[in-house]
Write a protein of this length. Structure first.
Length: 195
């Protein structure tokens, strides 16, 4: 809070003064700079708090919670039907249809990828049948983690929980709701592992 009366009083005093000595001026500039930095810090803290509150509201929204629960139930059902589905420590689930040969893509490698992306209700939201060169560190985290494990000629199914896909923001343009689980059929070729 600013005491306006004090501010006006100081301004009037400075304005009507004939001169001010340079030491006092330097002291005032130092004080002003310190106050400006404090104000900037307070503004940053305020905006950060606003962002955190908005994020928490998204995470706790009924839609995001419901989609997380639906994704978990879907995965549990798939794993009950197919014990070959594995889960990594991050929560990514995957099924190896065909294990390729050679070195895995790795976190910083690349591969030509053919894929089909679906929601858990089976609705397709993305597909590339021709193959596109991808890097694991330039896609959603779950897809990147799965791709990094794949070798030349691999075929996997990736079950990507919402937190490893588009998170609470979803991807409205693609029809992906907040925290929606994604299922990708992925095939790799032309693997270039990171050196």
């Amino acid at each position: 809070p600013v005491d306006r009366a004090k501010l006006y009083e100081a301004y009037a005093k400075a304005f009507s003064a004939d001169s001010i000595n340079s030491d006092e001026m330097r002291g005032l500039q130092t004080n002003f700079q310190a106050l400006a930095e404090q104000a900037q810090q307070k503004m940053m803290e305020y905006y950060q708090k606003q962002q955190e509150e908005a994020r928490a509201a998204k995470e706790n929204s009924p839609e995001a919670k419901e989609n997380t629960e639906k994704g978990e139930a879907f995965l549990k059902e798939q794993m009950a039907k197919d014990p070959s589905i594995k889960v990594t420590p991050s929560g990514l689930a995957y099924k190896v249809i065909k294990e390729g040969e050679g070195e895995a893509v790795g976190a910083n490698g690349s591969a030509k990828v053919k894929y089909t992306g679906k929601l858990i209700d089976g609705k397709e939201f993305d597909k590339n049948s021709d193959g596109v060169v991808m890097n694991p560190n330039r896609v959603v985290p779950g897809f990147g983690e799965g791709l990094s494990m794949m070798k030349n000629g691999s075929q996997y199914i990736l079950y990507i929980p919402g937190k490893l896909a588009y998170g609470v923001d979803g991807n409205p343009q693609a029809g992906i709701a907040p925290n929606a689980m994604l299922v990708f059929e992925v095939e790799t070729s032309d693997v270039t592992p990171a050196n």
